[in-house]
Each structure stands twice: as structure tokens, then as C-alpha cells.
Design a protein around this ligand. Structure first.
Ligand code: SAM
Ligand code: SF4
Length: 457
């Protein structure tokens, strides 16, 4: 018995000694965050454990974004930062995501201490790529586009326990080719996952205690196109609404052009679908929308938002907007401000136009001066800050349903969660509330969050 125990302990120690560490640094959107999680799950199956300390890592992966110039530049500074870990410890270093896809082999040429380049369709191949490096000592680059969609398959050998929310990728890529955007070039054409696989993954997540699922795709309302006999997006939501254990459903991002009446109506018919939509508009000027190739007008956007508010009056609307797109004049910018004034967005993600090599707009000759782009961004953000604050203050006194997610970063006495309308709310509470849906009265609305007090039942 004692001998058996000793043997058991020794094998645990040996396993721990053999276990390798991976550090993943993530830039960009929710899809990248989720891709990093998928990489981690996959690597756990190859004897890697996550570390939050790059200096402890046997493998460092940088998951990159190339949607704008700034996140792209961060990749190179991150690589510079980790050069010493490579020199000191022989740590393997890899670049994944959109910059990897775009730059490919050039990254290996440019960064001599880089070991692997993992394109956006190559995530499931990471274990084989690592094996190849270990066996042959060669540096590897995998950026081919898979057409069969296997790259989208769920990677779920084991999910961390205690997770309250999860992303589920339902499609990847984009067919829209907005003239400013690099996504169709680095993520490929729209590809949906079969609904049976998506629903199975959601059921498994619910069994593991996940209460809120956010469906991900560059253009979720194009879901199902190209898959014969497949559900459309609204139908997928309906089926998801029936899964026991899932309490909240969200999705991002939807394109205004493809936002159907059926999908809008889901906000009134599906009780689990949270009343929040992220609906990027990019510009309020019809002239600019046309050159951007967005496929809708300011009027049709306003009409859709009006219809959403009619269907679900409490719906929160957030969006993305770009200022300083090539050729944008003062009058065009005024139209953007006018759209904001009319809609009163709950929040906005606002960006200065950033020319992306390979996109059509990067070649336009009428680029807007950096100074003007910056000025417009500051004006727009100043206006939105006040609107967001006002919208949060309006909630004071109201009772909101909160899904408690964890300890608040600001105070050890507080827990944090989100309203159904996706606003962050902090309140004093015990950690055992995590995973619970509780009623909280809003006592104060701030610019970026709400403060509340839990209602005793
Ligand atoms: N598919 C979503 C849509 O069309 O509504 C957007 C996805 S995109 C990855 C996220 C946001 O990045 C866009 O909505 C846009 O506002 C911003 N973006 C994309 N390309 C950009 C560029 N070249 N310069 C500035 N912002 C950009
Ligand atoms: Fe980019 Fe336009 Fe596709 Fe959105 S719809 S990912 S902005 S090309």
C-alpha cells in the first residue's frame, strides 16, 4: 500500500517535471481571444500547461491582429521583448493570427529567432508543427487556407471548471470586402460550422456550468450560407434557446446589410437572447459608405435600429465607427455625428482610419491628414463619452439581472458581472455568487461601469 502510494507520488512528480509551459499573448478581437483559448486547450493535450510568466515558458505564442496599424506594430515590440527568453532558455517562439497569415514566411526572414508562423486556419495543426520543430530542428510556417472548415472544429479536450461565460465560433472569414478592411484577406471567405457541431459544443459547455454563450463570427448573420440544408442564424439561435443550462445568449458581429426581420424579431421571441446588439455603422455619410462598399445607407441603418427599438425597446445598441476614411470631408464627418445624435449609442468603438496594405482604400490618393483624423476622433469620442455616461445614469434606481463573473479588479470586497444589456456592474458580494444570476439595484452610473447593491431575496 505504502509502496503503491510512493509510486503514485513519484509519477505525479515526474509528470510535473516533464510538463512544459506555454505563455500566450493575445491582441485584437474576441475571435482572437477565443482562438488563444483553443490553442491552450490543444496544447494541454500535448503536455503543456499555461503560465502567466513569459520567463517560465518553454513556448511563447503571440496571437496577432492586423486590422489596424497599432496592434500590428505591437507584435514586433512583443517579439523584441521575448528575444532574451529565447537566448537564455531556448524557448520556442511562435506568431499566430492575422499578422502571421498576412506576412507568412517573411516573418521568419525578418525575425531570425522566430520558430513558427501559424496562419489563421492552422490552429489545429500546432501539435504537429511543434513536433516537426522538435524532430527536425527546422523553423516552420503554415499559412495555407483549408477549404473544408476543419480548422473551425471545436477543441475541447477539457474545459477549465468554474467558467461562467464562453465564446463559440460559428463561422469565420468574410465575403464583404469593405474597402478598408484586411479581414477577408487574412481570415479567408465566409465558412460556417455545421449547426449540429455548434449545438453539441454549446450543450457540453452548459453541462460544464457555462451560463452565457457568445456566438462569434465576422458576420454572424451570414451564418449557414453555403452549407446545404443548414439552419440560418435566427434558426440556430432558436435551437440554442432550448438548451438547458444556457441562461444567456449573445452574438457578435452582425453586418447591418444582412440584419433580417427574422433575426430582429428574435430579440422579442427568445427569452435567453440578451437585449444588446453590436451593429457597426462605420460612417454616417452615404457617399463614404458607398466608397467603403458597406451596402447600406444612413437611412436604412436608422430604419433597422428603429425597428430593433420597436421590437425590443430596452435594447442596447453599440457600434464601430471609423473617422478619416480617405476623402472624408467635414460634411461627411458631420453626417456621422448626426447619426450618433439620432441613435444615442450605449457605447461606441471608434477608430482612426488606418491604411492596410493590400486593401483598396490604402491605394486611394485622397488620404486624410493624420492631424485631421486625430481631431475628428477626439471630437467624436468626447461626444460619445457624455452619451454613454448619461445612458448609464438613466439606469440609476433600476433593478438589473446580473450574471456574476468573478471578483472585481478594483476592490476585494466587490464582485463583478454584466447586465443583459452588456454593461459592467460592480457590487459588494461574496465570491460564491460567481455563476449566479442575481437582481441588483443600480445605485450609480459611471462612464465605463455601474455600481449597485444586491437585492436580498
Ligand atoms: N465585420 C464587422 C463589420 O463589418 O461590422 C467588423 C469586424 S472588424 C474586424 C472590426 C472593426 O475594425 C470594424 O468594424 C472597423 O470599425 C475597424 N476597422 C477595420 N479595418 C479598419 C481600418 N483599416 N482602419 C480603422 N478601423 C478599421
Ligand atoms: Fe471587414 Fe467589412 Fe467583412 Fe466586417 S464586413 S470583416 S469590416 S470586410
Amino acid at each position: 500500500m505504502v509502496i503503491g502510494d510512493q509510486h503514485f507520488k513519484t509519477s505525479i512528480v515526474l509528470t510535473e517535471l516533464m510538463q512544459k509551459r506555454v505563455y500566450i499573448e493575445t491582441y485584437g478581437c474576441q475571435m482572437n481571444e477565443h482562438d488563444s483559448e483553443r490553442m491552450l486547450r490543444l496544447l494541454e493535450g500535448s503536455n503543456y500547461l499555461e503560465t502567466k510568466e513569459p520567463k517560465e515558458a518553454d513556448l511563447i505564442l503571440i496571437n496577432t491582429c492586423s486590422v489596424r496599424e497599432k496592434p500590428e506594430h505591437k507584435v514586433y515590440s512583443a517579439l523584441g521583448r521575448y528575444k532574451w527568453v529565447k537566448e537564455k532558455k531556448g524557448t520556442l517562439i511562435g506568431v499566430a493570427g492575422c499578422v502571421a497569415q498576412q506576412e507568412g514566411i517573411k516573418l521568419l526572414d525578418r525575425i531570425p529567432y522566430l520558430d513558427m508562423v501559424i496562419g489563421t486556419h492552422a490552429i489545429p495543426m500546432i501539435p504537429q508543427l511543434l513536433q516537426k520543430i522538435e524532430v527536425s530542428g527546422e523553423r516552420v510556417c503554415e499559412t495555407s487556407f483549408e477549404e473544408d472548415g476543419t480548422y473551425l472544429k471545436a477543441i475541447l479536450p477539457q474545459m477549465p471548471l468554474g467558467k461562467v461565460k464562453s465564446y463559440v465560433t460559428i463561422m469565420q472569414g468574410c465575403n464583404h470586402f469593405c474597402t478598408f478592411c484586411i479581414v477577408p484577406y487574412v481570415r479567408g471567405r465566409e465558412k460556417s460550422r455545421p449547426s449540429s457541431e455548434v449545438l453539441e459544443e454549446i450543450k457540453r459547455l452548459a453541462e460544464m456550468g457555462v451560463k452565457e454563450v457568445c456566438l462569434l463570427g465576422q458576420n454572424v448573420n451570414g451564418y449557414g450560407k453555403g452549407l446545404e440544408g443548414e439552419l440560418n442564424f435566427a434558426e440556430l439561435l432558436r435551437r440554442m434557446n432550448e438548451i438547458n443550462g444556457v441562461e444567456r445568449i449573445r452574438f457578435t458581429t452582425s453586418h447591418p446589410k444582412d440584419l433580417s426581420e427574422e433575426l430582429m424579431r428574435a430579440f422579442s421571441t427568445l427569452d435567453k437572447l440578451c437585449e444588446h446588439i453590436h451593429l457597426p455603422f462605420q460612417s454616417g455619410s452615404n457617399r463614404i459608405l458607398k466608397i467603403m462598399n458597406r451596402g447600406y445607407t444612413k437611412e436604412s441603418y436608422l430604419e433597422k435600429v428603429g425597428r430593433l427599438k420597436e421590437i425590443r425597446p430596452s435594447i442596447a445598441i453599440t457600434a464601430d465607427v471609423i473617422v478619416g476614411f480617405p476623402g472624408e470631408e467635414d460634411e461627411d464627418f458631420e453626417q456621422t455625428l448626426d447619426l450618433m445624435e439620432k441613435i444615442q449609442f450605449d457605447d461606441l468603438f471608434s477608430f482612426k482610419y488606418s491604411p492596410r496594405r493590400g486593401t483598396r482604400a490604402a491605394q486611394f490618393l485622397n488620404q486624410v491628414e493624420e492631424k485631421v483624423r486625430q481631431e475628428r476622433l477626439s471630437i467624436l469620442q468626447g461626444i460619445q463619452k457624455e452619451v454613454t455616461l448619461k445612458k448609464n445614469q438613466v439606469l440609476e434606481g433600476r433593478v438589473e439581472e446580473i450574471l456574476v463573473e468573478g471578483r472585481s479588479k478594483q476592490s476585494a470586497k466587490d464582485v463583478t458581472g454584466r447586465t443583459r444589456s452588456n454593461k459592467i456592474l460592480n457590487f459588494e458580494g461574496e465570491i460564491d455568487l460567481v455563476g449566479e444570476l442575481v437582481s441588483v439595484r443600480v445605485i450609480k452610473g459611471y462612464a465605463h461601469s455601474l455600481r449597485g447593491e444586491i437585492l436580498k431575496s
